[in-house]
Design a protein around this ligand. Structure first.
Ligand code: SF4
Ligand code: SF4
Length: 415
């Protein structure tokens, strides 16, 4: 029986100039616009335990990743880092560049910036308050302006469907490179309107971007931990520009995703590492499905970025409109249970169709935790304990390495 439609969300078309799209939302999927949030809790956690970049907080496993990549991934990632470096450097100082014109108070800067961003190729563009509660501790003093322009650049459809693969990594990192360059152009345009623009490089994130995208009405948070946007779900790379231009903020939208994910669960049951939790939990003031990092990370690093949770998502594969229409007409999740949506291959392990998952051993999930210094210290303790409390040669070598790292850290801080 056809389900009752509660409301229809109208959004701009997928490409600039395309006709609007209309997404029906079933009555039973209605929850809240955006994400369920306890505002006071978000503020509390941001104040008492601010989030930090994984590059800082988990430096031990970042370094370990390079030792695990297959040669092709290693070489490609090195090249990506080389290409990204000048983009990151340009973004880093972008907030200090002065505008190149006087602002015109009569000019509609919101429409102007949205149109320019869409012309440049960004598939989703939205405006919201720059909520510093989602900024990394190490970037809080860097971020300058109070308005955020949220920009999503779609990544190639076919390459993404080959996940996990080197081909899909080309799409993943290649899209970040393009987005980083396009954003510098957009920032220049904003300066020509008379305002400052700070580029938050997608290759050197300044914080958690998804909450801002949700606030700007560009999608909702999926059970896979990714932004599910109307046209391409999570098949997009996200970035921000912050500005002092007086832009009009968008509003969060209920696309029905909070509830739809409870019905769908495809990513949860297809994750090869069993890293996604079925039930939503309250975490740092937001109700969401939590990802178990310690299970995801080793699989992600070993198998070309994994991202099976992106590949098997029907919103990514077919788009939100057909998926929601199909749900209203049939009560079913489009593609669920089919090899087309759910099948994937893991290098060296074979093909896994619906209902099939690879097996891993406990040791496959062992990897260095915390910062490099913390991890070395843990190893040092183990070696001393194994030697009855007396440091042996190996333990002394560890201690020396640890002290070198700490000194390096001190001199970096002094710079
Ligand atoms: S990246 Fe892979 S291992 Fe990690 S949550 Fe997604 S499907 Fe699971
Ligand atoms: S696969 Fe299903 S449950 Fe997972 S994010 Fe996509 S819609 Fe939500």
């Amino acid at each position: 029986m056809t389900k009752t439609v509660n409301h229809v969300v109208k959004r701009p078309g997928r490409r600039h100039g395309d006709p609007q799209t209309a997404i029906p939302v079933a009555e039973e999927l209605v929850t809240v616009p955006g994400s369920p949030v306890i505002d006071g809790d978000v503020s509390y956690y941001s104040r008492e335990d601010p989030i930090e970049s994984q590059t800082v907080e988990k430096s031990a496993d970042r370094e370990w990743g390079w030792t695990v990549y297959i040669k092709e991934v290693y070489d490609y990632r090195k090249k990506h880092d080389e290409v990204s470096e000048p983009l990151i450097e340009a973004a880093w100082v972008s907030g200090d560049i002065e505008p190149t014109a006087e602002p015109d108070p009569e000019h509609d800067v919101t429409t102007d910036i949205r149109d320019r961003a869409r012309e440049l190729g960004f598939g989703e563009v939205g405006f919201t308050r720059y909520d510093r509660r989602y900024t990394y501790a190490s970037k809080k003093s860097w971020a300058k302006f109070n308005h955020a322009i949220c920009l999503a650049l779609e990544q190639d459809y076919s390459q993404t469907q080959s996940i996990p693969s080197l081909e899909a990594e080309f799409a993943h990192f290649g899209t970040y490179e393009i987005a980083g360059a396009l954003a510098l152009d957009l920032a220049e345009h904003i300066r020509s309107l008379g305002y400052h623009a700070q580029v938050h490089s997608p290759n050197d994130n300044s914080g958690a971007f998804i909450p801002l995208f949700v606030e700007a009405g560009l999608g909702q948070l999926g059970a896979n931990g990714q932004l599910l946007s109307p046209h391409f779900g999570s098949r997009a790379r996200l970035m921000l520009i912050t500005t002092d231009a007086p832009v009009v903020h968008d509003e969060p939208i209920d696309y029905g995703i909070n509830k739809f994910c409870e019905e769908c669960q495809v990513c949860v049951v297809r994750c090869p590492a069993r890293a996604l939790l079925r039930e939503k939990v309250w975490y740092r003031g937001v109700k969401k499905n939590k990802l178990v990092y310690d299970r995801c990370r080793p699989v992600m690093v070993t198998y070309e970025g994994c991202a099976v949770c992106m590949k098997v998502c029907p919103i990514q594969r077919y788009g939100m409109k057909p998926v929601m229409e199909h749900y209203i007409e049939t009560s079913e999740i489009l593609g669920k249970g089919t090899p087309n949506l759910e099948g994937y291959e893991l290098r060296g392990k074979g093909y896994f169709g619906p209902g099939e998952l690879p097996h891993f051993k406990g040791k496959d999930f062992e990897f260095p935790h915390g910062t490099k210094e913390e991890w070395l210290f843990e190893e040092f303790k183990k070696k001393v304990e194994a030697n009855g409390g007396t440091p042996n040669t190996e333990a002394v070598e560890f201690a020396n390495e640890l002290s070198r790292l700490v000194k390096e850290g001190v001199s970096r801080t002094d710079e």
